[in-house]
Design a protein around this ligand. Structure first.
Ligand SMILES: [Fe+2]
Length: 230
């Protein structure tokens, strides 16, 4: 995940009583990751206009607000301001979650000419067949749960590292998958916020879900699966 580290020199009392710089603290902030493909490369499944807005405006806003909240947190920690520290938690969860989720989502997509939509192979393909019967059955389950999710959120194919099992999960708003369980690893996340599809699919979320599988990057999911579940 893209990030940068800002060094902050804090004033402190030196041993001889004078003011000096000490305790160099490092505040890690984040930046918008580049996409591995052009905005128009997922057409006709997802329009270039949606991809540009989604990446440059929506994801960028999560990054900006996440960094702002982290900087405020850093200041509140320096001051020992507990009420501000607690107050910032929701902004950190929402905007940090937005950054985490979208960073995964971009990797879950790839143009058709670069194997977009090619069914999962290797151990992930085997695990899906073993647990769900077929990839088609899994897709149906994800689409059903994604369409039924009320309001905005995400639908996931997760690996439960402790149980060594796959599961389909949903999260509300920008909650990242880890909020459903610390052992859950996101293999595939689909954004079902209206901003992900409305310009092209209007309010018909099921059509967006049906089509998105043509540009899903199963190869990436398979690599994560093999790394986390060797
Ligand atoms: Fe989004």
């Amino acid at each position: 995940m893209a990030f940068r580290v800002l060094s902050r020199k804090t004033l402190s009392l030196s041993k001889n009583g004078g003011l000096g710089y000490g305790n160099v603290r490092h505040l890690q902030t984040f930046s918008l990751p580049d996409l591995a493909y052009d905005y128009g490369a997922l057409e006709p499944v997802i329009s270039g206009e949606i991809m540009r807005l989604h990446h440059q405006k929506h994801h960028q806003t999560y990054v900006t607000n996440y960094n702002k909240a982290l900087e405020q947190l850093d200041q509140a920690l320096t001051k020992g301001d507990s009420s501000t520290i607690v107050k910032l938690q929701s902004a950190i969860k929402f905007n940090g979650g937005g950054h985490i989720n979208h960073s995964i989502f971009w990797k879950n997509l790839t143009p058709v000419r670069e194997e977009g939509g090619e069914p999962p192979k290797g151990s992930l393909g085997w695990a899906i067949d073993n647990q769900f019967g077929s990839v088609e059955t899994l897709i149906q389950k994800i689409n059903t749960e994604g369409a039924a999710l009320q309001g905005s959120g995400w639908v996931w194919l997760a690996l439960d590292k402790e149980q060594k099992k796959l599961s389909v999960e949903t999260t509300a708003n920008q909650d990242p998958l880890v909020t459903k369980g610390s052992g859950l690893v996101p293999l595939l996340g689909i954004d079902v916020w209206e901003h992900a599809y409305y310009l092209q699919y209007k309010n018909v979320r099921p059509d967006y879900l049906k089509n998105i599988w043509k540009v899903i990057n199963w190869k990436y999911s398979g690599e994560v699966y093999e790394k986390e579940c060797p």
